[in-house]
Design a protein around this ligand. Structure first.
Ligand code: NAD
Ligand code: TDX
Length: 354
């Protein structure tokens, strides 16, 4: 079995993608997982049902900017690898309040690198050689594409939002810690994820929950912006593969070859809601409203995933059509998961208009 006897740190393991990684490590490998999370608004420990009573799981409520706390965790658990998913992740929030994005995404990554380096330098040679730090990043660091072309690992960075600029900064720090100090790092840049346990501020769960409530479905601008969608469990599998078999110092782009316009995504959700949860008031498409665009709104993202596919044999299992149907059904079946987020005060209001 994979990762037998090995301890993996997952930062941000109570978030959307981090929790998918933790579920995958607990379900499909023998790894001992230490979930390191500050528990911001975006976190939810109930996203890891298999954690309860699991002897291969530990949770540490720790901020990745807290060097002494990280040091204590490294000393205590002696990890084989670190997967860094702790971040502020929502572009609209970064427009209204970039400070937290600089703090967690830049200073937090710096702090984690420093503590990982200190720990790694103290390891005996075999464990030193085996150690990996995987930094999880986004395709948004590459900026915006026109109608043609794809982001490859060689595409120049051109971030446009405070969020993507903070992620780009963190990617550069990770690279520098390898070049300068030889810390064995890897970076992945992934396209838009979707699936179960996604916080309702993001496009897909936002539209599902608003559609169910018969509320307006706010499409930014003309709805023709394109995102390249990847089912979150496909991403989680890619990440453990990169940690296990990726070449140190390399970047791997991860994407599912599923480009769709936002309007197409919203209309698909409307159709699935009408099918699985019909409304007396008519089709959900009547709720679509074109609203003020996001400032600096990137037009198109599209990932060329050839490198991870050919080097590591990874393939996305879900197409957009299979993944979105699973996702809509999950939100219909797991209402208590997202209702609890609304009950604790999340209001799904428009933010990030500058
Ligand atoms: P998320 O917002 O759902 O979760 C982030 C988690 O990090 C939360 O549990 C939060 O409590 C935790 N966190 C935040 N600040 C922290 C800190 N200072 N210390 C410790 N924990 C902290 O985000 P996500 O969508 O799961 O994204 C995870 C990572 O993947 C991020 O680095 C993001 O940039 C990247 N990414 C996301 C997507 C996507 O579509 N969601 C795509 C590509 C890359
Ligand atoms: O209500 C909405 N209406 C709308 O038209 C929302 C919330 C979004 N949108 C548009 C903006 C984007 O073009 O939908 C698209 C997707 O928006 P988000 O869900 O906010 O995602 P995005 O900005 O593309 O960023 C996401 O993918 C890359 C994640 O939030 C990032 O963390 C990840 O790096």
């Amino acid at each position: 079995m994979r990762f037998r006897g090995l301890t993996i740190f997952v930062t941000g393991g109570a978030g959307f993608i981090g929790s998918a990684v933790v579920r995958h490590l607990l379900d499909d490998t023998d790894a001992f997982v230490v979930n390191i999370d500050k528990l911001t608004y975006a976190s939810n420990l109930s996203s890891i049902p298999q954690a309860a009573g699991n002897p291969r799981y530990t949770f540490a409520k720790v901020d990745i900017c807290d060097a002494p706390a990280l040091r204590a965790l490294f000393d205590r658990y002696q990890p084989h690898g670190v997967m860094n998913l702790a971040a502020e992740s929502h572009v609209d929030r970064s427009i209204d309040g970039p400070g937290e994005f600089i703090r967690t995404n830049v200073v937090g990554t710096f702090t984690l690198l420093q503590e990982a380096l200190r720990y790694w330098r103290g390891l005996e040679p075999a464990r030193r050689t085996a150690f990996r730090l995987l930094h999880v990043s986004t395709d948004e660091v590459y900026g915006s594409l026109g109608a043609e072309g794809f982001f490859t690992e060689a595409t120049a960075y051109q971030p446009n939002s405070p969020y993507s600029a903070s992620k780009a900064s963190s990617d550069h720090l990770v690279r520098a810690w390898r070049e300068t100090y030889e810390l064995p790092t890897l970076v992945t840049n992934c396209s838009n994820n979707y699936g179960p346990y996604h916080f309702p501020e993001k496009l897909i769960p936002h539209m599902i929950i608003k559609g169910l409530a018969e509320q307006e479905l706010p499409v930014y601008g003309d709805g023709q912006n394109i995102r390249d969608w990847l089912y979150v469990e496909d991403h989680a599998r890619a990440l453990t593969l990169v940690l296990e078999r990726g070449r140190v110092g390399q970047t791997y782009n991860i994407g599912g070859r599923n480009e769709r316009t936002n309007l197409h995504v919203v209309k698909t959700i409307c159709g699935l809601l009408d099918q699985h949860h019909p409304s007396n008031l008519g089709t959900r498409e009547r709720l679509i409203a074109f609203v003020t665009d996001r400032p600096g709104h990137d037009r198109r993202y599209a990932i060329d995933a050839t490198k991870i596919e050919s080097e590591l044999g990874w393939r996305a299992r879900e197409t957009f059509e299979t993944g979105i149907e699973k996702t809509v059904k999950w939100y219909l079946d797991q209402r208590s998961w997202w209702q609890e987020i609304l009950d604790r005060g999340y209001q799904a209001k428009r933010i990030g208009v500058g």
